[in-house]
Design a protein around this ligand. Structure first.
Ligand SMILES: Cc1ncc(COP(=O)(O)O)c(C=O)c1O
Length: 395
């Protein structure tokens, strides 16, 4: 707040403080030097995090790893598909997602995404024949039509992995995102709902897939026995799978665990804040926030909206500048150079496919961070600045 009572442009990039309980636990770990997840016979912070996360999600198993990308890689590897297997992914996602597919020695097949940021089901159905797996990125927490996707994939016998990096707390027909496919993967990288700097976790109800993920994550020798539910029946995988060493360390778990009880509150605040800003933006003739799909309860910590109607690239850039002048940073995904969410920059794929729907969406889709800690005044400031910026260009 400025001295004259005016709300200042909020800082949307700073993270929230990590709870005190994490500091106490980190001090204890630093004093003992016990940072490796498998040193203790039982009760290591990483093991406790896995138990608590599985409980929070209502899933049988959880495996904490070094990142969501690692979780995606292990999930694909655990499916035991042949080298060169074709994996459908949405064309609107972060570059780490096709990268995880390539890392797993598979081939990403990009599916069109509509201007509501969700998988285009016509293109999905057309590309599913010949696919060996499907990896659905719920990009920025937008849930694609999981009923249609699951029904098509079940009929075709194709496994679905969920990239729920941005979807902790999101529900679909009241079911938690990440529990719909065979495996769900989450990120604890900063700018996610739970922040550990880096980190990831995967959840599944499938004991076979879980056993394979555990071994490949780096549970060498008999360390897999420290994962509840994996006693002797899974000896079969011992020494049969590579050890990729993507384990989480105890310090990360110490940072994450005290944030889990805050998830429900952050989800509620994030949803209310998002909807408050969305209502204001939808009042503008030039901005449009696509609605959630009916079965979806979102858990956003950012807002995406489209420049509605006819905007030139120059006008879209002018909108960004006008918003910046008012203190609000807007990313138009397709307009910033080398943007990691614009598929045409993924040159590591080799040939970049033509995806006109996704390209058109990315050229007019805007992204603004809305951390769940923002006050109503700060949210109103952001909404006002965006509407004023649109008016300045188009009014
Ligand atoms: C949609 C999506 N999936 C996966 C990832 C990878 O997460 P991590 O940084 O934990 O590897 C990200 C990263 O931000 C992401 O945006």
């Amino acid at each position: 707040m400025a001295p004259d009572g005016q709300t200042l442009a909020p800082n949307v990039f700073d993270a929230e403080p990590i709870p005190q309980a994490a500091r106490d636990e980190i001090e204890r770990l630093l004093t003992s030097g016990d940072l490796f997840r498998y040193t203790a016979a039982e009760g290591a912070p990483v093991a406790q995090l896995e138990r608590e996360f599985a409980e929070l999600m209502g899933s049988r198993y959880a495996l904490a790893v070094s990142s969501c990308s690692a979780a995606l890689f292990l999930s694909l590897k655990a499916l035991d598909l042949p080298k060169g297997a074709r994996v459908l992914i949405p064309a609107f996602t972060f570059a780490a997602v096709p990268s995880a597919v390539i890392h797993a020695e598979m081939v990403p097949v990009l599916v069109e995404v509509g201007d509501n940021y969700r998988v285009d089901m016509e293109d999905f159905a057309a590309k599913l024949p010949g696919a060996d797996a499907v990896l659905i990125s719920h990009m920025r927490g937008h849930t694609s039509d999981m009923d249609a996707i699951l029904s098509l994939c079940d009929a075709a016998g194709v496994p679905v992995v969920e990239d729920a990096a941005h979807s902790l707390g999101t529900e679909w027909h009241g079911k938690k995102i990440g529990t719909i496919g065979k495996i769900g993967c989450f990120s604890f990288q900063s700018y996610k709902l739970v922040n550990a700097g880096e980190g990831g976790i995967l959840i599944t109800d499938d004991p076979e897939l879980f056993a394979r993920c555990v071994i490949m994550s780096g549970a060498y020798e008999h360390n897999w026995k420290k994962h509840p539910g994996l006693q002797n029946g899974f000896m079969a995988w011992q020494n049969k799978l590579p050890l990729y060493n993507m384990r989480m360390q105890n310090l990360s778990a110490a940072v994450i665990r005290p944030q889990l009880p805050e998830v429900a509150m952050r989800v509620a605040k994030g949803r209310a804040g998002h909807d408050r800003v969305a209502a204001r933006l939808n009042d503008s003739a030039w901005l449009a926030v696509p609605p959630a799909l009916p079965p979806e309860e979102r858990a956003p910590d950012s807002i995406q909206f489209n420049l509605a109607g006819a905007w030139s690239d120059a006008e879209a850039r002018a909108f960004q500048l006008e918003a910046k002048r008012r203190g609000v940073a807007v990313q138009v995904f397709g307009l910033s150079e080398d943007n990691a969410r614009a598929f045409w920059n993924w040159q590591f794929l080799g040939e970049i496919p033509e995806l006109p729907k996704t390209r058109a969406m990315l050229m007019r889709a805007c992204d603004v961070r809305l951390p769940t800690r923002l006050t109503e005044g700060e949210l109103d400031f952001i909404a006002g600045a965006l509407c004023d910026a649109a008016f300045a260009v188009k009014g």
